[in-house]
Design a protein around this ligand. Sequence first.
Ligand code: RP5
Length: 162
Amino acid sequence: MTEIAIIMGSSSDWEIMQHAATTLSTFQIPYEAHVVSAHRTPDWMVEFAKGAHAKGFKAIIAGAGGAAHLPGMTASFTTVPVLGVPIPVGTLQGQDALLSIVQMPKGVPVATFAIGIPGAVNAALFAVALLGQQDRALTEALLAYRKARALEVMATPLPAVG
Ligand code: RP5
């Protein structure tokens, strides 16, 4: 069963959101990815969000830029956890999207991640952690991933000065 959905407001967001996809693939987690626009395809957004629980999704990673209504609006139609990724586009380069996503009024939360690629990767890692609650092997894989990152930084020498 496909337990993770990745949605985004535009195909132009894929440049960032593909990093969520590749991170999930690192853990052999299948996903569905769709363009779902809150303002251009609102009916499709409602259909997708209302059907998310029945489809068995355990988390929805939602990327959007600009006013970034998609994560919050999706969350308003489903109890499946929504992980929001602000996309760096336009004049404000994701600062607008970050505030739009993180400043959900109380009652309908959206877990909000960093702007851009770090946020896309971390949203996927967060989804892995969520699924890992029911899957010991996945948690072990997440621990191994972190250990590999630790070894990487320890193995990277500082450049010489002067
Ligand atoms: C938002 O507008 C999308 O999430 C995208 O980040 C931004 C720009 O979309 P395009 O003009 O590239 O389609 O809805």
